[in-house]
Ligand binder design. Sequence first.
Ligand SMILES: [Zn+2]
Length: 308
Amino acid sequence: MPTTTRRHTLTLAGLEVPVIELAGAADGPRLTVIAGVHGCEYASMDGVRKWARQLEDRELRGRVVAVPVLNLPSFRARSPFIVPDDGKNLNRCFPGDPAGTLADRLAHAAFTELISGSDALIDVHAGDMVEALEPFALYDAGPAEDRARELATAYGLGYVIRQAPGPGRAVGGSTSAAAAEAGIPAITAEAGGCGLVERAAVEAHVRGLNGVLAALGMADPPPAASPAPPPAFLERFLWLRCADEGWWEPVVSPGETVAEGQLLGTVSSLDGARTLQTITAPAAGVPMFITSSPAVAADGLLLGLGAS
Ligand SMILES: [Zn+2]
């Protein structure tokens, strides 16, 4: 039985956001897939674009609503992390505020129109323009976390991080955290980075989304698909920042195992004469992302360490 495809735009906070809706002939869950919450994470956007095209020719149970580029102002301006209109990180604004600035309003509209009422949410990311990254999936503790962990595992990346609420939590106000609070199984899936459209990362996202479809019982895996090896499960996500502005020089790479106390990099003066800060690992773990640009501001984000 054929899958019906409808391409249209949804007006969210005054923006005409492209949407691909795929409806199977058979009943099943409603899966929402969003990319481009950050406007320069191209591998994730391309993964969703290519996956949606392939899905048109497959049998589907249920309905997929896919948004390849949500944050149009950031995409158009090639603005990493933030919405240029208000300087806010859209992925810290969920579930949003209809009376706020553009990022708040876009988050609110996306949460209301796309995420609410979904049976599962996959928010597809990559490292942003100046972010090198080891592929991983992230989910939040909450009422739907068992299902979220299944989806994170089914995505097939090397690492799965669970975020518990509390002061140690690295990321709040994200799509998947807000969905988790609303009881919707949700993950953030990360592969690719540095503003590149790396083929391996795009394919990782296509495979991951197919893995999620199979886990939800919405489609059989493609014939060529082999099961992914089980990921390493991590319980902590430690984000390291610098005290002062300067020149950041990491000495480790994403995905490299590091020991507690190991040197991760330095921040030095722009003239190269003085080391301002030595960054060491607060725990044994694996850098999930590393800021690839030497230019860092005071309190700038340097690195995210996944730890058990
Ligand atoms: Zn992102």
